[in-house]
Design a protein around this ligand. Structure first.
Ligand code: NAD
Ligand code: ZN
Length: 341
């Protein structure tokens, strides 16, 4: 089968013929239909310091996908050929304290597909049945392909109650834009989204931000006054990984404000701990998706009218993957889909 492989320890990906994945008795074989390019794939493509210390070579990359089941292992129940599915990208151990307690997203022995085990940028992928998520037949296939990052957005945006609250989202990347849409859908009042990239701020507006702020030219404190906020943001969703954005978020929260932090800072970052203490802020780190409460919420929000389609801005065939990575790296995109069918 064809797959996008990290073949050499240098920038780039290689479209190659690789052996078909085999399935064990508990596994499901899926024919991949569409995939989404993630920031993680861009790190691997560029071969940055994180990728160099994390990715064994060769490796089939990619983890955001939708496809159709073509075969199941002898122990598999409830999954059948022809069904439309995505995969949870974190394969957990199933035996540690957190896994046994049903807190699988907290497993300390998580393996990432397309990172530590063969990924989804391929014609076929094999996954344990415990990692497979059924979609309704009616779901838009491009939207189904991005359930993994949508799940990051949902896990973060619903970490704290947002109904009737004022929400600040720092970073209007694809995940920040989806988080803004989720917060609005879940009943937030103001959803203010910051970035330094006008293309991305426009995208956030299309996704339901009530006010966008280019922090190069506007102050968040002025925006709060303009829209009539008196005591600061109730909930913060950090989606940029940028130290200045996080520091500004801390400064703009209400007393007792709650911050869910998804963005991954690339280096150490200082924050004003006095503000955290005296304003009694809560900061919660977020990794991945809750298995499978986040997935359930995603499905139900799509069914209840949450429209993610504006965040998908580019579509290519898998053979044009280099164009897909180029547009991702340009910053002038939302989600980029590669079609494998
Ligand atoms: P992205 O890089 O596409 O988006 C980040 C955005 O932040 C960009 O649009 C950038 O212009 C903006 N930004 C930069 N400086 C800023 C500033 N000073 N103020 C406001 N915005 C600023 O990333 P993404 O794919 O949308 O992912 C969001 C973040 O979440 C990234 O940091 C990513 O690494 C991280 N992530 C974490 C997990 C997890 O499980 N914790 C999973 C996926 C992604
Ligand atoms: Zn575990």
């Amino acid at each position: 089968m064809k797959a996008l492989v990290k073949r050499e320890k240098q920038p780039g990906l290689w479209l190659e013929e690789v052996p078909m994945p085999t399935i064990g008795i508990n596994d499901v074989l899926i024919k991949v239909d569409r995939t989404g390019i993630c920031g993680t794939d861009v790190h691997i493509y560029k071969w940055d310091a994180w990728a160099q210390k994390t990715i064994p070579v060769p490796m089939v990359v990619g983890h955001e996908f939708v496809g159709e089941i073509v075969e199941t292992g002898s122990n598999v129940t409830d999954f059948y050929p022809g069904e439309i599915v995505s995969g949870e990208g974190h394969v957990v151990c199933g035996r540690c304290r957190n896994c046994l307690a049903g807190r699988r997203h907290l497993c300390a022995d998580t393996k990432g597909i397309g990172v530590n085990r063969p990924g989804a940028f391929a014609e076929y992928i094999s996954l344990p049945m415990t990692n497979v998520w059924h979609h309704d037949e009616s779901i838009d296939r491009d939207v189904a392909a991005i359930f993994d990052p949508f799940g990051n957005a949902v896990h973060t945006a619903l970490s704290f109650p947002v109904l009737g609250e004022d929400v600040l989202v720092t970073g209007a990347g694809p995940i920040g834009c989806m988080a803004a849409a989720v917060a609005k859908h879940a009943g937030a009042r103001h959803v203010v989204v910051t970035d330094v990239n006008p293309y991305r701020l426009q995208l956030a507006e299309k996704m339901g931000a009530t006010r966008t702020v280019d922090v190069r030219t506007e102050q968040l404190s002025d925006v709060q006054k303009e829209i009539g906020m008196k005591e600061g943001f109730d909930v913060g969703l950090e989606m940029s990984g940028n130290p200045a954005a996080f520091q500004e978020m801390i400064a703009q929260m209400s007393h007792g404000g709650k911050i869910a932090m998804l963005g991954i800072p690339s280096a150490d970052m200082a924050i004003d701990w006095n503000t955290v203490v005296f304003n009694m802020l809560t900061i919660k780190g977020i990794y991945g998706r809750e298995m499978y409460e986040t997935w359930y919420k995603m499905k139900v929000m799509v069914q209840s009218g949450l429209d993610l389609s504006p965040v998908i801005t580019h579509r290519f065939s898998y053979e044009e993957f280099e164009q897909g990575f180029d547009v991702m790296m340009s910053g002038q995109s939302g989600k980029v889909i590669l079609n494998w069918s």
